[in-house]
Design a protein around this ligand. Structure first.
Ligand code: CMP
Length: 146
């Protein structure tokens, strides 16, 4: 069955890699169901990443994510959550370069913080984050054509 996931092109990748990433997303058969460029406020970044608020890197993460525009996307495809995670590769680009050199993070990310893209880790997170970013749209069965 088709699935939605929330994908983000992060501030470090927007200037140089945004168009390439979008092209490759479409080339892999994802439908871009929603798309919005936005500069996250610190408050929004804190809320978006609230699961990580106890982590030692939380403040850096919030600084980074609010420093410039991000592209927020809803991607729709069979197994979209897992498929998008596979396309991104592991969070740490050093690991990505070793295990999956064709992934977006292996190719574009500078380090584990500035890692170019984000994707929901499961369907429940996907629904939550889509609602947080885009409001009450597109997560219903009708939008999935099922
Ligand atoms: P993301 O997949 O968006 O989810 C949480 C983000 O926190 C992650 O990508 C990175 O940007 C960042 N992150 C994860 N682990 C670390 C770490 N060990 N040090 C710094 N930043 C991290």
């Amino acid at each position: 069955p088709k699935q939605h996931t929330l994908a983000v092109i992060k501030p470090d990748a927007m200037e140089e890699h945004r168009d390439t990433i979008l092209e490759e997303i479409r080339g892999r058969g994802f439908t871009v169901t929603q798309l919005k460029e936005t500069v996250l406020s610190r408050e929004m970044a804190e809320e978006f990443y609230r699961e990580h608020r106890e982590k030692p890197f939380f403040d850096q993460l919030v600084d980074f994510m609010s420093r410039g525009p991000s592209l927020m996307l809803v991607l729709t495809k069979e197994n979209a959550v897992e498929q998008w995670r596979a396309m991104m590769g592991p969070a740490d680009p050093e690991e990505a370069k070793e295990t999956s050199p064709n992934t977006l993070r292996a190719r574009f990310a500078a380090d584990i913080l500035h890692n170019s893209v984000h994707g929901s880790s499961n369907e429940q997170h996907a629904e939550e984050k889509i609602r947080f970013v885009f409001g009450d749209i597109s997560t219903d069965a009708a939008a999935l054509g099922s």
